[in-house]
Design a protein around this ligand. Structure first.
Ligand code: HEC
Ligand code: HEC
Ligand code: HEC
Ligand code: HEC
Ligand code: HEC
Ligand code: HEC
Ligand code: HEC
Ligand code: HEC
Length: 441
């Protein structure tokens, strides 16, 4: 008993000592920053981190010799708090983020669109545009007081390449310094990046029944709840997080946003993802909290049909024509993107074609049709094809001639309206598209 007491007392002494040394360094950060950056201090003060005694120094601490470490008011700190730093206390989230597609988003520097930003735009816009969403490669500048180059900081891109080798930035979704779960569960947390002409997920969500129901019932979403299981803790509507990340009664929260999607809708021609059947089931499990299975199956039947229609009717022929023009050496100028047809083709798949697919995937009919397939068709028939024909390449001309006279999806161009209307009424024309509802390869 006496021995126990001694140990307990000793332990208490060690804890008090440990606590008072860290809290003096940590305490100084707060006392001074309360004056110097009061907004930031208050963001932290109201956070769950402050409640759990996670201080400025716990996150910003650094070891002397680390590439981004600098001495600040007597302590070694770093301005960056990377996924690796958060991972000291949140190892699971950090592991999932590092294995997700998001973590690769900073590797775009060699991609076709980065090329476009550099030639058609120029370096400053690559920094402020692409890299602000995708993430910069953080450059160390020994002359800068915080060691970070002005060209790469500030940046909170989703796939930022950090000096410690980790990828991404947790603040991309978790706004500092509140790091509030409720905030990340709302669609706005994704909306800095997932919007616009080439990936309008935010706009699609807003027009969908899910979005309308969410925005008219936010107070019923139970966003502050500790656990947030769809169907148990809330039920009025799903958000981006609900479908792509949050827990169901059988799945845990995941920070790997690709875990529930079966297609990649990004490239000119959509492809199935590895292991797509299991990923589709993961998503269907989310839906099943609020819908019955047959409803969900039928939704996928319709969505998959649109993806294949876009692939077969427009994406594959347009890509084939571009390949022929390049192979036959027809483009006037050498550099990629220096010819008008390359821009026309690019908008066909990268903007309009993505809008069709994203509209269909997330129940936004206006994006699927008016901002989507309508634009694809108009571009294909009245911009892309005429642009291709102006090269007068015999192979290309023969291919287009064939497409417009023989291809059952395109030969309507050369037939009378009355006959086509008759075929629509009888269901004959719809039969041409039956195959679109079936898995291809
Ligand atoms: C004596 C006051 C004082 C103390 C103590 C102090 N800071 Fe600061 N800190 C400042 C001021 C002033 C700035 C610059 C603010 C500005 O320019 O708006 C700053 C800047 C910073 C920056 C940004 C540096 C940059 O340029 O990117 C970080 C991060 C930071 N402090 C964290 C801390 C941490 C962590 C502690 C505790 C170890 C701490 N501070 C202690 C006053 C202080
Ligand atoms: C939970 C971890 C965490 C805590 C606690 C924390 N920070 Fe930060 N802080 C971050 C992250 C993350 C960033 C963004 C850096 C990045 O993108 O890597 C940041 C950025 C900053 C910056 C520079 C950015 C800006 O907007 O000016 C300052 C200064 C700063 N923190 C000071 C503080 C101070 C002072 C405290 C305590 C009152 C504090 N931090 C507490 C994680 C934290
Ligand atoms: C020193 C340990 C520590 C570090 C470092 C740390 N956290 Fe935390 N974090 C905690 C604790 C403790 C809690 C509260 C208990 C819990 O919810 O797990 C928490 C809670 C959270 C929450 C939930 C907040 C809420 O609304 O309930 C988020 C989000 C979070 N942390 C993100 C981060 C991010 C992002 C970083 C890095 C920028 C980070 N944390 C760094 C310890 C830490
Ligand atoms: C507003 C934020 C934002 C900006 C600015 C932005 N992107 Fe993106 N980018 C995204 C998002 C979000 C996706 C993923 C879309 C999806 O999955 O539907 C993406 C996808 C991509 C892809 C496809 C990746 C793949 O694996 O198929 C490439 C390549 C790309 N972007 C490069 C760039 C380049 C280069 C720039 C600058 C010229 C740029 N982006 C500007 C947000 C942005
Ligand atoms: C793509 C956006 C996104 C990014 C990036 C992100 N998070 Fe989260 N995080 C969320 C969402 C959404 C939730 C809320 C999930 C829920 O409760 O339904 C969450 C919840 C959390 C929680 C609370 C625990 C929980 O499971 O509810 C912690 C801790 C956390 N994130 C840490 C991190 C860390 C650490 C990083 C960086 C390595 C990170 N997050 C990056 C979106 C993100
Ligand atoms: C800071 C920008 C940014 C934020 C914030 C962001 N994302 Fe992303 N997201 C991207 C980029 C960029 C890509 C494409 C990645 C690439 O090109 O490697 C992407 C890709 C994705 C993908 C496709 C994954 C795959 O495997 O194909 C999903 C799903 C996704 N994001 C969901 C979300 C959700 C949900 C949120 C909010 C909770 C969110 N994102 C927040 C930038 C962002
Ligand atoms: C009702 C559920 C649901 C909601 C809400 C939802 N999504 Fe999706 N999302 C899907 C489905 C289903 C797919 C397609 C899945 C597949 O390929 O199997 C998808 C696909 C995606 C993709 C991949 C696109 C690509 O180009 O490959 C991204 C990125 C994405 N969603 C982001 C978001 C964002 C951001 C929000 C909120 C603004 C959101 N989602 C809201 C269900 C949802
Ligand atoms: C949190 C509950 C919830 C989840 C989860 C959910 N939905 Fe819904 N869904 C709704 C509500 C509410 C409506 C609107 C019902 C109405 O029209 O009255 C709706 C409507 C729909 C509609 C009809 C759209 C229209 O314009 O008529 C489709 C299709 C749909 N959901 C598919 C899905 C799919 C697929 C998933 C999973 C990827 C899913 N939902 C996940 C609640 C949910």
């Amino acid at each position: 008993m006496k021995r126990m007491m001694t140990i307990t007392l000793l332990l208490m002494f060690v804890i008090t000592l440990g606590f008072s040394t860290t809290s003096s360094t940590a305490g100084k950060c707060m006392t001074c920053h309360k004056e110097k950056t009061s907004g930031m201090y208050k963001q932290w003060l109201s956070s769950n981190h402050a409640t759990h005694n996670v201080t400025c120094f716990d996150c910003h601490t650094a070891k002397k010799g680390e590439p981004d470490a600098f001495k600040h008011e007597g302590a070694w700190i770093a301005t960056l708090v990377t996924p690796k730093d958060c991972g000291r206390c949140h190892p699971n989230e950090t592991k999932e983020v590092s294995e997700s597609y998001h973590a690769h988003a900073g590797e775009i520097l060699d991609s076709k669109d980065a090329y476009l930003a550099h030639v058609a735009g120029g370096h400053p816009i690559a920094v402020v545009g692409c890299e602000t969403c995708h993430g910069s490669k953080v450059i160390i500048d020994e002359r800068s007081p915080n060691k970070l180059s002005k060209l790469s900081w500030p940046n909170s891109g989703i796939g930022r390449i950090n000096p410690d080798g980790s990828k991404g930035s947790c603040t991309a979704c978790h706004t500092r310094h509140s790091f509030d779960k409720a905030q990340a569960r709302q669609p706005e947390a994704c909306a800095k990046c997932h919007l616009g002409p080439d990936h309008p997920q935010k706009e699609v969500y807003e027009e969908s029944k899910h979005g309308n129901t969410y925005y008219t019932n936010i107070d019923k979403m139970n966003l502050d709840a500790d656990k947030w299981v769809v169907g148990d803790d809330y039920n009025v509507a799903p958000t981006c997080a609900t479908c792509h990340m949050s827990a169901t009664s059988t799945q845990k929260v995941t920070h790997d946003v690709g875990n529930r999607i079966s297609w990649t809708l990004r490239p000119p021609v959509s492809k199935r993802k590895d292991n797509w059947e299991a990923k589709k089931e993961n998503m269907q499990d989310v839906c099943s909290a609020c819908h019955e299975d047959q409803f969900v199956e039928n939704f996928y039947y319709q969505f998959d049909g649109v993806v294949r229609l876009y692939n077969e009717k427009f994406a594959k022929p347009a890509t084939e024509i571009m390949n022929m023009l390049r192979k036959n050496g027809r483009l006037e100028r050498q550099a990629s993107f220096s010819n008008k047809i390359e821009w026309v083709y690019w908008e066909l798949w990268h903007h309009e074609g993505r809008r069709v697919r994203h509209g269909a995937a997330m129940m936004g009919p206006d994006y699927a049709w008016w901002h989507g397939m309508y634009d694809v068709a108009q571009n294909f028939y009245f911009d892309f094809i005429p642009e291709a024909q102006h090269y007068n390449d015999p192979d290309v001309n023969a291919y287009i001639e064939d497409l417009f006279t023989k291809h059952p999806m395109h030969n309507w161009l050369n037939r009378p309206t009355s006959e086509l209307k008759e075929e629509i009424r009888s269901g004959e024309l719809q039969k041409v598209y039956e195959g679109m509802f079936e898995e291809q390869e």
